[in-house]
Design a protein around this ligand. Structure first.
Ligand code: GDG
Length: 461
């Protein structure tokens, strides 16, 4: 209830995948959305993750207290064209500055529009006039336009979890106007950083003839007015810190620590994705071993990389490449007592991850491009205040805009990353504490709850 005693409007979250109640929510987004829905009461709509023989109109419904979950299946063709095709072989590489990996196919674009239309058709059946709708990510850019075509007048917000690249790249996308101008059908478009916002404004102002209106609103060429703003996503800082502290007494974390045998740990945790810069990271670590024999047997690099998007060929390629590199580096430097890289293609429960982060002297987070990167924030929040580790962070992660006391690197510069690694390993405790404190202050002031409240406040006011 608000101060006026009026119940806030119901929240409707729409995302490609829905984190169902019994699933452990991987990633911050799932828990953020759950908390928001719990608070106001609401509905979460999206793809079930299942392939049905034909595009099934049947909705799967589940209620869990304040939250209704409604999902639909996709047909094989819809999945291939929309998800494995246009979303993950066109938009994802383009938005991560990899035009070389873009595989544009007209049939994929058609599938993308078809699935967005299917989402719109199914969603209108569920909407009430006062609902506030919050749409997530690059899979669903045209959804608001399609809802508007179906008569929906509700407030609709959109948040892009990836970077938005410079206009010069966006215009390389065939039919880019037809897609990107639909962003104007939202009332609010949220982005992680000022750079992403500049890209959006630049695209609308200089590429498609929009204009800036008083109050910071953008006018699209079709006359529609919308707002865009910077809302850097965050983590549940207090909870992550708490989990990390408690995990130190867990047997599995103690066993792991023991297995390090006094060596310093460097940790990386990433979905296995070419945007995460894992090959360059492996190279930088190899460079350290190459030039600093005194570090041999004294450091262990644990890279956790759960496979993702295995249906997309580029992901199978990067997986093979990393296996080859890890094998090569270990073959070259390992001794009977020591393996330099522990490369693990598995995902772990959050409690364990937080413990690993806390044990690690260095968090190595070097994506080539990343909308935000929550691992960087989780690593910081997991540290022991009296003896914190050092974050080595790519300048091209959105998180670098806030975590300025990390050792910031260009991930493509193997020598610069190697230098930062060695500096991190040798950093005196006082400097580690000072840098950590300043980053932790940022995360405590701006946590996940602050993020969603800021977005929802901007959307509803
Ligand atoms: C997209 C954007 C943006 C990872 N391995 C395991 C595991 N994870 C969790 C991490 C973290 C999440 O997954 C990954 O989030 P990131 O932000 O690092 O990266 P993306 O998956 O690419 O996320 C990104 C984000 O959306 C939010 O807007 O920051 O830029 O690309 O929370 O902890 N979780 C568990 N086991 C694992 O093995 N439980």
């Amino acid at each position: 209830m608000s101060r006026t005693g009026k119940k806030p409007a119901r929240l409707v979250v729409v995302s490609n995948r829905v984190a169902m109640p019994k699933q452990t929510a991987t990633g911050g987004l799932a828990s953020a959305m759950r908390a928001a829905l719990q608070e106001r009461g609401g509905l979460w709509f999206g793809w079930s993750g299942k392939i049905a023989p034909s595009s099934a109109e049947e909705q799967h419904r589940l209620n869990d207290g304040q939250i209704d979950y409604v999902t639909i299946d996709l047909s094989r063709a819809d999945h291939d064209d929309f998800y494995a095709g246009f979303a993950n072989r066109t938009l994802w590489p383009l938005f991560h500055y990899r035009p070389d990996l873009v595989d544009y196919q007209r049939s994929h674009l058609e599938g993308y529009l078809r699935v967005n239309a299917l989402f719109a058709d199914e969603l209108v059946k569920l909407l009430e006039p006062d609902d506030i709708i919050w749409v997530h990510d690059y899979h669903l850019i045209p959804l608001a336009a399609m809802l508007r075509e179906r008569g929906v007048r509700n407030r609709i917000g959109f948040f892009l979890h990836t970077p938005l690249p410079a206009a010069a790249l966006l215009i390389a996308l065939p039919k880019h106007r037809e897609l990107l101008e639909t962003l104007a059908s939202y009332d609010l478009v949220g982005l992680h950083t000022a750079r992403d916002l500049r890209a959006l404004e630049d695209y609308f102002l200089h590429e498609v003839g929009g204009a800036m209106r008083p109050g910071g609103r953008l006018r699209a060429a079709n006359g529609r007015l919308f707002r865009a703003g910077v809302f850097p996503i965050s983590i549940d800082t207090a909870e992550v810190a708490d989990i990390a502290r408690k995990s130190m007494t867990e047997e599995s974390v103690r066993d792991f620590r023991q297995s390090l045998d006094g060596r310093d740990l460097i940790i990386g945790v990433d979905r296995l994705d070419y945007s995460k810069g894992l090959a360059q990271r492996f190279e930088a670590f190899a460079h350290v071993l190459e030039r600093s024999p005194t570090l041999h047997s004294r450091v262990t690099f644990l890279q956790i990389a759960p496979p993702s998007r295995g249906a997309v060929p580029e992901y199978r390629l990067i997986r093979r490449e990393l296996e080859r590199m890890a094998g090569h580096i270990n073959g070259k430097f390992a001794t009977p007592e020591w393996v330099p890289i522990r490369y693990v293609n598995q995902s772990f429960p959050h409690t364990l991850l937080a413990g690993y982060y806390r044990v690690a002297r260095v968090g190595l987070v070097t994506p080539l491009r990343d909308g935000m990167n929550l691992v960087a924030k989780e690593y910081v929040a997991s540290q022991d205040p009296k003896n914190p580790g050092v974050l080595v962070l790519s300048r091209f992660a959105g998180a670098a805009q806030e975590l300025t006391e990390a050792l910031l690197v260009n991930p493509a510069d193997t020598v610069e990353v190697a230098d930062a690694l060695e500096r991190a390993l040798a950093m005196p405790q006082r400097e580690r504490i000072a840098r950590w404190r300043s980053m932790m202050d940022v995360l405590q002031r701006h946590d996940l709850t602050a993020w969603r409240n800021a977005f929802l406040h901007a959307l509803t006011s």
